[in-house]
Write a protein that binds this ligand. Structure first.
Ligand code: NAD
Ligand code: FE2
Length: 390
């Protein structure tokens, strides 16, 4: 049996007005200090005030949130006993909210003990809302939680299907002020989710549909949003593309760009979108070289987005070239070397990178599953910016 899940979505102009309609008494807002400083909590708390809903702001979430911070949030939510938990921010805050709401009913748990096979029934106590302020992770429409184990420098993918937010509110005012670099990095994450969701071996027609549209919109609007942050149409379309991307990979699975990118990000402490976007074209080349099935799917994407012409192989290669062109246009690195990572240090870390990538489920939801040897080569080629020729 397969299932498709997504939240109830309020979107469009004044989408935050939806907050006035929710029923409840107390909301626990999970966010970060930067979001508070930027004034992005205010439009939310104004609505809660108007609706007579009390709230408490927990603003201690750091980018790529650590297990320790989640534990702290768990204690705070336990003391407050809300009937709504609101993840307000980028993927880090939304993911943190998903973990924290579980600790509300299971204060005994260590956050990395949240497992997909368990049932938590947190809705007996509180409901979950996500309000994204970046257009990237799609966390508002997935049940995935990505936390960082700082002790072992590894990312931990957690979550259960219960962690799908009940409500997602997509209001352009929350993303309109993103600086260009954050726009670019989170936008590359959208593109990677959409393409990997569409080509995942766990994909279905339900995940193909949002994956295709999200890819097309990212090609159409990402550079515009990067170049002119005031282009509200581009901002809105990228925000929708992020959610659609989440619906796609969240109901199928991401792929090799994510497993390799996660590994690099965990060891060298780099933002998620920058690393997965960097590995996307290399891992696509790897799949093209060994899988006619995925090549055909890339060609479908290319044709749908009006990229390239000719055979499946030609279209698939044109898609990879278009991704590289877009990445360049928005100032994203072409190779690991461009990230100013010392070559000797990088080479030393390759066994660790391989080990982390091999431990990700996303490494096996593709049509050509790399072993240690191929991963070693992928990591080395990506450092130098070489075309994957194996
Ligand atoms: N759950 C999922 O499905 C999923 C998918 C992909 C990634 N992730 C995870 O999400 C996290 C990354 O999330 P992200 O890329 O959204 O970034 P983020 O949440 O880590 O935020 C990065 C920085 O941008 C700032 N920021 C957020 N919104 C802003 C705005 N509107 N204006 C200015 N600054 C703003 C934040 O305060 C923070 O300092 C990682 O931990 C990643 O592993 C989760
Ligand atoms: Fe991602």
């Amino acid at each position: 049996m397969w299932t498709f899940s997504c939240p109830f979505i309020a979107y469009g102009d004044n989408a935050l007005d939806y907050l006035a309609q929710i029923r409840g008494k107390k909301a626990f807002i999970v966010t970060d200090k930067n979001i508070v400083k930027l004034g992005l909590t205010k439009p939310v708390t104004d609505q809660l005030d108007a609706a007579n809903i009390e709230y408490q702001i927990f603003d201690e979430i750091e980018p790529e949130p650590s297990l320790t911070t989640i534990k702290k949030g768990g204690i705070a939510v336990g003391q407050y006993q809300p009937d709504w938990v609101i993840g307000l921010g980028g993927g880090s805050c939304m993911d943190a909210a998903k973990a924290i709401i579980i600790l509300l009913v299971r204060p005994d748990l260590d956050p990395d003990g949240i497992v997909a096979s368990d049932t938590y029934n947190f809705r007996d106590k509180a409901r979950l809302m996500a309000i994204p302020t970046t257009s990237g992770t799609g966390s508002e429409a997935t049940w995935a939680i990505v936390l960082t184990d700082t002790e072992f420098q590894r990312k931990v993918g957690l979550g259960t299907t219960e962690c799908m937010p009940d409500v997602a509110i997509l209001d352009t005012v929350m993303v309109a002020g993103m600086p260009p670099q954050l726009t670019a990095e989170t936008g590359m994450d959208v593109l990677t989710h959409a393409i990997e969701g569409y080509t995942s071996t766990w994909g279905t027609s339900f995940t193909d549909a949002p994956g295709l549209i999200a890819t097309r919109q990212a090609f159409k609007y990402l550079a515009k949003a990067f170049q002119n942050g005031d282009d509200l149409e581009a901002r809105q379309e990228m925000m929708y593309a992020a959610t659609l991307g989440g619906m796609s990979f969240g109901n199928s699975m991401a792929g090799l760009g994510h497993s390799t990118g996660h590994a690099l990000g965990a060891i060298f402490h780099l933002p998620h979108g920058r690393t997965v976007g960097l590995f996307l074209p290399y891992t696509m080349e790897y799949l093209i070289n060994g899988s006619e099935e995925t090549t055909a799917k890339y060609a479908e994407i290319a044709r749908f987005c009006g990229i390239g012409s000719g055979t499946d192989l030609e279209c698939a290669k044109a898609l990879v070239a278009r991704i590289r062109e877009l990445a360049k246009e928005i100032g994203q690195p072409f190779s690991v070397k461009d990230l100013n990572i010392d070559k000797a240090k990088y080479e030393e870390s390759i066994p660790g990178l391989i080990d982390r990538a091999l431990n990700e489920v996303m490494t096996i939801t593709v049509t050509r599953i790399p072993g240690e040897e191929d991963l070693d080569k992928i990591f080395r080629y990506a450092y130098d910016g070489r075309t994957i020729d194996f």
